[in-house]
Write a protein that binds this ligand. Structure first.
Ligand SMILES: C[S@@+](CC[C@H](N)C(=O)[O-])C[C@H]1O[C@@H](n2cnc3c(N)ncnc32)[C@H](O)[C@@H]1O
Length: 249
C-alpha cells in the first residue's frame, strides 16, 4: 500500500519527523498513492482509499471512559481476568491502534508495546502524545504506556520473561460476513494485511512467557494445538491463556 503525506504547516514538521513514518511515504503528487496522511491541530490522520470525502481517521484516547473502577477500566472486566487481575507489567506485542493497550493502561497495568507497521505505529504514537498533553489522560493512559516501533521478535526471549503477561492479538483473516466491520478494524486490515507469521510468534511467546494471552474471535479455534489453561469470554471475543508458572488469577 502506498501512503502520501500531505505537507503540513511548518510548526508540525518536527513532530512529523519524530513519528518516523516519512520514509515510508511516496512523494506528494505521486498519483499511485492509496491513502493520504495529514497532520494538523487534531493530530495525525489518515484518509483511506475510496473515502476521500470522509473526515480523516485519527486514534484518540481522550474520549475514553476512564472512571476508576467503572465500566471499561475495571479489573473485573474479562480483559483484566485474561492478563491476570494481580498482574502489574504487560507486554503488548501487537498494539495496532491501541484499543487493548489503552484499556490495560486505564486499568492501571504498566504496558510495554510493540508495533511493526510504520503507519500504524505513527498513528498510535501520535495519539499517545496527545493523551500525554491532556490533564486527565496523561496519568490515566499515557504514563502507563511505552511504545516502540519494531517487530515483536526483536525484543528477545529473556525480555518476555520480565512481564507478568504477554498479550498477542495479530490480524485475524477477514470474516465473510455481510455486515461491514467498524472503520478502525477495516483500516487495520487494509494497512497491515494478514499477519502470516503469527504461528511462529505464538510458539515463541508460549515457550518463553510466564503467561501468554491470545485474543481471538469468539468461535475461532485456539492459536495452538495445546489446549489453553484458561479461556475468558466477552460478547464478541475470547482470550486464551497459557501459563508457564503456577496459576494466578
Ligand atoms: C489485530 S491488530 C491489533 C489490534 C489491537 N489489539 C487493538 O486493540 O487495536 C494486529 C497488529 O499487530 C501488528 N503486528 C502483527 N505481528 C506483529 C509483530 N510480529 N510485531 C509487531 N507488530 C505486529 C500488526 O501490524 C497490527 O497492527
Amino acid at each position: 500500500m502506498n501512503f502520501v503525506f500531505s505537507r503540513p504547516e511548518t510548526q508540525y514538521l518536527d513532530h512529523a519527523k519524530s513519528l518516523l513514518f516519512l520514509d515510508h511515504c511516496v512523494a506528494e503528487g505521486d498519483p499511485n498513492h492509496d491513502a493520504l496522511l495529514v497532520l494538523n491541530e487534531s493530530g495525525l490522520g489518515i484518509h483511506e482509499p475510496k473515502r476521500w470525502d470522509q473526515p480523516a481517521f485519527i486514534v484518540d484516547f481522550t474520549t475514553m471512559d476512564i472512571r476508576t473502577g467503572a465500566g471499561n477500566v475495571s479489573r473485573k472486566q474479562p480483559l483484566a481476568r485474561a492478563v491476570g487481575r494481580q498482574s502489574d507489567r504487560v507486554l503488548d506485542l501487537t498494539s495496532g491502534f491501541g484499543s487493548d493497550t489503552s484499556l490495560l493502561a486505564g486499568m492501571g497495568y504498566q504496558v510495554e508495546c510493540r508495533e511493526r507497521h510504520p503507519i500504524i505505529y505513527a498513528l498510535l504514537q501520535d495519539a499517545l502524545g496527545r493523551a500525554a498533553r491532556h490533564p486527565l489522560y496523561s496519568t490515566a493512559i499515557s504514563d502507563n504506556v511505552r511504545l516502540q516501533f519494531g517487530d515483536a521478535r526483536d525484543v528477545g526471549s529473556s525480555f518476555l520473561r520480565a512481564f507478568d503477561a504477554v498479550y498477542v492479538d495479530p490480524m485475524y483473516p477477514p470474516k465473510k460476513s455481510k455486515a461491514a466491520p467498524p472503520r478502525r478494524a477495516q483500516l487495520l486490515q487494509t494497512i497491515a494485511g494478514e499477519d502470516l507469521d503469527q504461528n511462529d510468534l505464538f510458539l515463541w511467546v508460549r515457550e518463553h512467557a510466564k503467561r501468554m494471552v491470545v485474543k481471538r474471535p469468539k468461535h475461532a479455534s485456539p492459536a495452538l494445538e495445546e489446549a489453553p489453561h484458561h479461556q475468558v469470554e466477552s460478547k464478541m471475543v475470547r482470550w486464551d491463556v497459557w501459563l508457564n508458572q503456577p496459576e494466578s488469577t
